[in-house]
Design a binder for this molecule. Structure first.
Ligand code: NAP
Length: 304
């Protein structure tokens, strides 16, 4: 199948949904594509409490509200796994379908980075999880380990405490990367224990399910095994930008380079949200990018 659309948005997280609101409301024929449920990381986030005007909201509720608004101005939403975007703004899906767009906004976000240690991949779904919100309830009254000291690790550790017996957070330095207010909540929570200056070396199992994790002291190189039923790695993110690899618009880590209009150096190809090279990855900065990209695309397409 081959189609013509004014604006194709790849990714239905906050950036893509915001772009969809601005593009379709301005009158562009707009197609929103995603290879998963709409909402992006919002649907994996327990609570959002730093989105202006909304004191606190469940991630899934904000995702649904954004999605309903984004599709209320005539945009189409379809499942689609985009494998390539070329310089002529031809979007190719993994089933071979192509869409010719006047502008493309890539808002694909990031994916969780793996620990890359033995026992990790083979136990995903058997004790290794990258989503506390999705899987936390499976670990009721169990002991779990969270790896990492960023916002994601600490927020998810706090979320897990409502189900589990204990959460052990393992960090490789002796300081957290997360914001101070989240650190304070973690330090006050009696269910959370912290192990500093250790890195994970192996996830071990019993009868096919996670039973522990081997940690190595970064200074002494001594190892110890912590018994646990679950391991939640939160060691950062990598951009989902493979579809742009042919265009020379990525930095060395794969993040998309854009200007203040969220446009790449190729006219009509934009990026918005976490997939961009930027310093602050938040829901509010993602929605900001989506609005800017779509508004600029509108001006470019219509000449208005
Ligand atoms: P992050 O901020 O990059 O933190 C990654 C953590 O994992 C760091 O503590 C890092 O240690 C550790 N780490 C990395 N590789 C490791 C390894 N191989 N072994 C052990 N530990 C390792 O990632 P994130 O928490 O996923 O957050 C990503 C972005 O989203 C950030 O910009 C964050 O601020 C944002 N975010 C914001 C919110 C919020 O505002 N509420 C929530 C979630 C995420 P070092 O510190 O030693 O490098």
């Amino acid at each position: 199948m081959d189609r013509q659309i004014d604006l194709v948005i790849v990714g239905a997280g906050p950036a893509g949904l915001s772009a969809c609101i601005y593009g379709s409301r301005a009158g562009l024929s707009t197609l929103l594509l995603d290879n998963g449920a709409p909402g992006g990381k919002l649907v994996k986030t327990h609570k959002i409490s730093n989105y202006p005007g909304v004191a606190e909201i469940a991630g899934t509720d904000l995702a649904m509200a954004m999605f309903e608004q984004a599709t209320s101005f005539g945009a189409s939403y379809e499942y689609g796994n985009v494998v390539n975007v070329d310089a002529d703004k031809k979007v190719t899906l993994d089933n071979g379908d192509t869409i010719h767009a006047k502008a493309v906004i890539v808002a694909t976000g990031t994916k969780e980075r793996l620990l890359q240690i033995p026992g990790e991949k083979e136990h995903i779904g058997r004790g290794v999880s990258f989503c506390a919100v999705c899987d936390g309830a499976f670990f009721r009254k169990k002991d779990v380990v969270v790896i990492g000291g960023g916002n994601s690790a600490l927020e998810e550790a706090l979320y897990l405490t409502q189900f589990v017996n204990s959460v052990t957070i393992v960090i490789r330095r002796d300081v957290f990367r997360a914001e101070k207010n989240i650190q304070a909540q973690v330090e006050q929570n009696e269910k959370i224990h912290i192990i500093t200056k250790h890195i994970p070396k192996e996830i071990v199992s019993d009868k096919g399910r996670v039973s522990g994790i081997v940690l190595e002291n970064v200074e002494t190189k001594e190892t110890q095994t912590i018994s646990c039923s679950g391991v939640f790695p939160y060691v950062g993110q990598d951009p989902i930008s493979e579809m742009l690899q042919g265009l020379d618009v990525l930095d060395e880590k794969g993040y998309v380079l854009v200007d203040s209009n969220c446009e790449t150096k190729i006219a009509g190809i934009y990026a918005a949200g976490d997939v961009c090279q930027k310093t602050l990855r938040q829901v509010v900065t993602a929605t900001n990018d989506g609005a800017i990209a779509a508004q600029h695309a509108f001006h470019q397409i219509t000449g208005m």
